[in-house]
Design a protein around this ligand. Structure first.
Ligand SMILES: NC(=O)c1ccc[n+]([C@@H]2O[C@H](COP(=O)([O-])OP(=O)(O)OC[C@H]3O[C@@H](n4cnc5c(N)ncnc54)[C@H](OP(=O)(O)O)[C@@H]3O)[C@@H](O)[C@H]2O)c1
Length: 202
């Protein structure tokens, strides 16, 4: 699968390191242009490319991995979202006011994202744990639970397949409205460090 990333920071690079060993290609983009990402893709190695947000959106799936205040401009940099699979890794956190979550009783953060990416198949994933918990991208890493939510079953199942291949346990929580609320910041499943172990052999 070809992954595009809008946002080339901690989240994009961590996910890239987990999927690349299984033959998946990654194209990272930021707001400053592909030239500024030469070192980043160089470190990720073969199978990593730098591009524009539009090029990222043209990959099989595109991961939104920018800080929340930058979401509107990042989504607006792709004129047509119809039919694209958009993995929303963002959290509704303003880095300047991290403890102020605002009113979380209305639409979920990924529904807000979906409203700005009309026609995209939005899947919420990767948002609910800090990336340092999954720094280890080796084949021996613990099997960490990653929650996913979304309204399109085939987009969720394609992502689940890659996550399982990359050594995670993907848990589908349902729709963006219901599952999204569970896994978004402020929800009961955000910030849970769950790893699966082989059953004890007695
Ligand atoms: N870090 C974590 O552990 C973690 C875990 C789960 C979820 N999250 C969420 O994931 C999102 C990204 O977090 P992060 O830690 O990866 O942030 P980060 O390291 O600050 O990276 C953000 C990236 O977005 C780029 N960017 C900003 N505006 C852009 C635009 N308009 N178009 C394209 N790229 C743009 C930035 O590059 P330029 O400024 O150079 O354009 C940078 O590469 C946030 O919403 C965060 O809440 C983070």
């Amino acid at each position: 699968m070809k992954f595009g990333f809008i946002g080339a920071g901690v989240v994009a690079q961590t996910i890239a390191r987990h999927v690349m060993p299984y033959g998946h290609e990654v194209l990272l983009s930021n707001s400053r242009g592909p030239d500024t990402l030469a070192d980043v893709v160089g470190k990720l190695g073969r199978g990593a490319f730098a591009g524009t947000p539009q090029q990222a959106a043209e990959q099989d799936v595109v991961v939104l991995s920018v800080e929340w205040p930058r979401v509107p401009e990042a989504l607006a940099s792709v004129p047509d979202w119809s039919g694209r699979t958009l993995i929303d890794a963002t959290n509704r956190i303003d880095p300047d006011h991290p403890s102020d979550l605002g009113d979380v009783s209305g639409p979920t953060s990924s529904e807000i994202v979906a409203d700005q990416a009309v026609g995209a198949k939005v899947v919420k994933a990767f948002n609910s744990i800090p990336m340092q918990w999954i720094e280890d991208a080796s084949p021996e890493k613990p099997r960490t639970v990653l929650f996913i939510s979304g309204d399109d079953a085939s987009a969720k199942s394609a992502l689940s397949e890659v996550l399982e291949q990359a050594g995670f346990a993907a848990v589908d929580l349902g729709t963006l409205a219901i599952g999204g609320r569970q896994q978004q910041v402020g929800g009961p499943l955000a910030g849970l460090n769950l790893t699966l172990h082989d059953p004890f052999v007695l």
